[in-house]
Design a protein around this ligand. Structure first.
Ligand SMILES: Nc1ncnc2c1ncn2[C@@H]1O[C@H](COP(=O)(O)OP(=O)(O)OP(=O)(O)O)[C@@H](O)[C@H]1O
Length: 341
């Protein structure tokens, strides 16, 4: 209620331009009522005084009721943005594997943690990500249950589209809209009510370009981005724009992007990151790894000090492999490995 009083004051005192700067979707509110031409340097009531009463009557409204509608609209936005309890941790309560045997595990992951999911092809890694994405409540084939901050979730919380807890970056991302990168980021910034949207858009763009091998521009159409570039853009988007505290990544290794930088970017931005992977570098860069076998969580392993030590050598091998990939890509000959090692 205190929130509504604050919003009523904003609507009363601020100019429309000021309101739109802080709440860009308010433009859509006015557009819905054909009021996109209101004078933006006036307050809402001053601007509404200047229009014909018939223009509002068309929608069964007068100045007072339209102002109330605007207050209600903004209150819903702000409540969605601010009221959600901050996610501190997520817990997987084991269900059953493909044979119906109990998993007997409970795993809690905290903000800033990276967990990799490993296992043979077809073992059920994506299924586990799917269970987390839908915040399963014993109602998927695995019968797992996901808790947030130690609590199960109501259907309303699970399916709240405006306030998604989980962002999933899947293996095959296809953009369906023919926007350019600038328009795409602006649309996301607007729908997610980002403050300082111009700055965030720029940050996302610069970061996505750092992550991607091949550079792209703000004018590049999103449908023309390569797999790696799209993945880089979505990772930057998840880190800087999305309010979803949990990020799921299904196989990042083939995307040709800077994997280590991508992961640290997400953890710096207070996310819980789960990555399904066949890549040793990624698997061992995580704090823990979940080993999946036959559709069930078979083991949970902490990355040991020895493994962390081995990472340096694995990184060297990875750089060699990257070099060979680049040679192939650029039509060069690959020389015998004895010259590289
Ligand atoms: N516990 C389970 N109970 C029933 N079905 C399961 C279970 N776990 C996984 N499955 C099913 O097994 C199939 C393969 O699982 P999934 O696609 O998750 O494998 P994956 O490890 O991600 O494979 P890849 O490495 O090839 O991407 C899917 O149809 C999935 O729904």
């Amino acid at each position: 209620m205190a929130q509504n009083v604050k919003i009523r004051e904003i609507v009363k005192d601020k100019t429309i331009a000021e309101i739109i700067t802080n709440y860009p979707v308010v433009q859509d509110f006015f557009l819905n009522y054909n009021l996109q031409d209101l004078q933006k340097n006036l307050t809402v009531s001053q601007a509404l005084e200047k229009i014909l009463t018939e223009q509002l009557e068309e929608f069964g409204l007068d100045v007072f009721s339209l102002t109330e509608e605007l207050v209600k609209f903004m209150a819903t936005l702000v409540n969605n943005r601010e009221e959600r309890e901050k996610v501190q941790n997520i817990t997987i309560i084991g269900g059953r594997n493909k044979q119906g045997e109990a998993e007997n595990v409970t795993l809690t992951m905290a903000v800033g943690e990276v967990i990799s999911i490993v296992g043979p092809t077809g073992s059920g890694k994506s299924r586990l990500l799917g269970d987390i994405e839908c915040l399963a409540q014993c109602d998927t084939p695995t019968r797992r249950q996901i808790l947030i901050n130690d609590h199960p979730l109501s259907d309303e919380e699970r399916f709240d589209m405006g306030n998604k807890m989980v962002a999933q970056l899947s293996q095959n991302m296809n953009f369906v809209m023919d926007l350019n990168v600038a328009e795409f980021l602006a649309m996301h910034a607007k729908s997610r009510l980002c403050e300082n949207s111009e700055q965030v858009i720029k940050q996302c763009f610069v970061c996505a370009n750092e992550l991607a091998g091949e550079k792209f521009t703000m004018d590049t159409k999103v449908t023309q981005l390569s797999g790696g570039q799209s993945r880089a853009l979505m990772i930057a988007d998840a880190a800087y724009m999305s309010s979803s505290p949990i990020v799921l990544i299904d196989e990042i290794e083939n995307a040709g992007i800077d994997r280590k930088q991508a992961i640290s970017l997400l953890t710096e931005n207070e996310k819980i990151v789960l990555i399904s992977t066949h890549d040793p570098l990624l698997a061992l860069s995580a704090d823990k790894r979940i080993v999946i076998k036959n559709g069930g969580i078979h083991k949970i392993m902490e990355t040991s000090d020895e493994e962390i030590e081995s990472l340096k050598d694995i990184e060297k091998l990875d750089t060699i492999m990257l070099g060979i990939r680049q040679q192939l890509r650029h039509g060069e000959r690959v020389y015998p490995l004895k010259f590289v090692l």
